[in-house]
Design a protein around this ligand. Structure first.
Ligand code: ADP
Length: 504
């Protein structure tokens, strides 16, 4: 103590000039001198610590070990840094603990040993370190890719784990690369142009989408958020990258779905329009188809009432025949309409039976003969008596009579209609060939549509139902209906019935 009093001025002079806290203890660890930095650090008044034991400044839980450390230190008597990687703590007068760093300097003065401790309060540094390691963890553990590159050399200086994982390059490799090396859509000059507004301070951040090229050659779409930053005294850029593969896929999928739905809607709209047209056409057809025979029936009935005498029997017969004919026609149309209804609801029971083809052909031709125009004739094979066919009789009759009636209707007087039968190993073909008005090319694709009638057929009576139901019935039974036709030359309709019928 006296030693220090003697040299107080020198000590003060030296110690007050340093910002570290200085505490001098003797070998018994009693404090013999302090500077004001140390007093302030520990929260004591001037000279208040002099004569106190060093333990006063050490939190209780460290005391046991601390005494031992100081002793062994004094014995070795060398200058060194305290702590050896452990955190050291001091305690202030008000009981508050704080992290510190201490360097110990033993020295001899007038035959006595002293230890001078140089103490730095590292509370703030610790907090900064904690914060830094916190940010470093966030940087490394972020699921976004983060790239930092130098503003001048453009070389990467730091790249987080997720980025290294996705791009496939190690940090060492990346540190020899620049952003345009992993962006296949960019040349160096283009990239420089892109970041120029950031370099010049005109913008404070940039956002753009591009591709990243992995080490393995594959690419992935990314959204880049680029901002200027600084690493130490060097300007840098920080790029936060979002891998938008999924988003892009999703967007593409969505766009495709929207496109498909739009097309479906457009198609539905077209169908709806077509349907409306058909409905209108159907209504006018029905009224026309019913009106003509009905007015013929009315005329015949009115005239029938006038032919009262016995010698007028022939006239009465004629009108009765007309009425029968017209009623039969109306009945046929109604049956066709009902067939449409039954086909639509699927309530049809077919009956497959084996019968001679000639049975149906003869029946159909017999009925058709009554409808022939002047000079029209039907030619048919005479040698089909031994052809047996397994099919639904009623359907075959409906189909053939429809096709032959059409051939008669759409052919002129004095023309010939041919019925051809061809037997193959696997199928039976029936062809109905006429030399009539034919079907205009542009109408051919619609000819099996329900209610559709070709432009050139509109002056002839008809409903546009026959071909449609004929085709549907045939297809339900595993058979087919096709045609070829040339306007003003004629048409050929072909029914193909396979040997092995699919009746399901
Ligand atoms: P419909 O004869 O009652 O109008 P269909 O369904 O039988 O109805 O025929 C549909 C349309 O096909 C007819 O309106 C006609 O335009 C055309 N068509 C059918 N058969 C022939 C044919 N042999 N020659 C020319 N056109 C035909």
């Amino acid at each position: 103590m006296q030693v220090f009093e003697k040299n107080n001025n020198i000590f003060n002079l030296l110690s007050e000039g340093v910002s570290e806290g200085i505490i001098v203890v003797n070998t018994e660890q009693f404090i013999t001198a302090t500077n004001s930095s140390a007093e302030q650090m520990f929260g004591y008044d001037k000279n208040e610590l002099i004569g106190k034991h060093l333990d006063t400044l050490i939190p209780k839980r460290y005391l046991k070990n601390h005494g031992h450390h100081v002793d062994s230190f004094v014995k070795k008597s060398e200058k060194r840094q305290m702590g050896h990687g452990r955190d050291l703590y001091g305690i202030r007068k008000n009981g508050e603990e704080f992290a510190l760093e201490a360097g110990l300097n033993p020295f001899e003065l007038f035959g006595s040993t002293y230890i001078m401790a140089l103490i730095i309060d590292i509370t703030e540094r610790k907090a900064r370190e904690r914060e830094l390691s916190h940010w470093a963890r966030i940087f490394d553990e972020s699921l976004n890719e983060i790239y930092v590159f130098d503003a001048e050399s453009l070389l990467f200086t730091n790249v987080n784990k997720e980025a290294q994982r996705n791009i496939g390059y190690s940090i060492e490799e990346l540190m020899t690369m620049a952003p345009f090396d992993i962006k296949p859509e960019f040349e160096r000059s283009e990239f420089l142009n892109l970041i120029a507004p950031l370099q010049e301070g005109k913008e404070d951040k940039l956002k753009f989408e591009t591709l990243h090229g992995r080490k393995d050659g594959s690419t992935y779409p990314v959204e880049v958020h680029l901002q200027p930053s600084a690493v130490g005294d060097r300007n840098a850029f920080v790029a936060i990258i979002l891998d938008i593969t999924e988003r892009t896929n999703y967007t593409q999928k969505l766009e495709k779905t929207v496109e498909e739905r739009t097309k479906q809607l457009r198609d539905a709209l077209i169908k709806e329009k077509e349907l409306n047209e058909l409905k209108t056409r159907f209504l006018s057809l029905v009224s026309h188809e019913f009106k003509t025979p009905l007015s013929a029936i009315l005329t015949s009935v009115t005239l029938l009432g006038k032919y009262t005498t016995a010698d007028q029997q022939e006239k009465r017969d004629k009108h009765v025949a007309t009425i029968q004919n017209k009623v039969k026609y109306l009945d046929t149309i109604l049956n066709d309409f009902l067939s449409v209804e039954r086909l639509a609801s699927g309530k049809i029971n077919y009956k497959i039976e084996t019968f001679p083809l000639s049975k149906i052909v003869n029946e159909v031709i017999y009925n058709a003969n009554m409808l022939l125009k002047n000079g029209q004739r039907i030619r048919y094979p005479e040698d089909i008596d031994d052809i047996l066919i397994a099919f639904d009789e009623k359907t075959l009759e409906l189909v053939l009579s429809n096709l032959i009636h059409n051939a008669i209707k759409y052919s002129p007087e004095d023309s010939t209609i041919d019925i051809l039968v061809e037997k193959d190993i696997d199928k039976l073909s029936l062809k109905i060939v006429d030399t009539g008005m034919g079907i205009p090319k542009s109408d051919q694709k619609h000819i099996f549509n329900r209610y559709f009638r070709a432009e050139n057929a509109l002056l002839t009576q008809g409903t546009g139902i026959g071909l449609n139901i004929a085709k549907q019935h045939l297809e339900n039974l595993g058979a087919t209906l096709d045609f070829f036709s040339e306007e003003n030359k004629g048409s050929t309709f072909i029914v193909n019935i396979p040997k092995k019928l699919n009746t399901n």
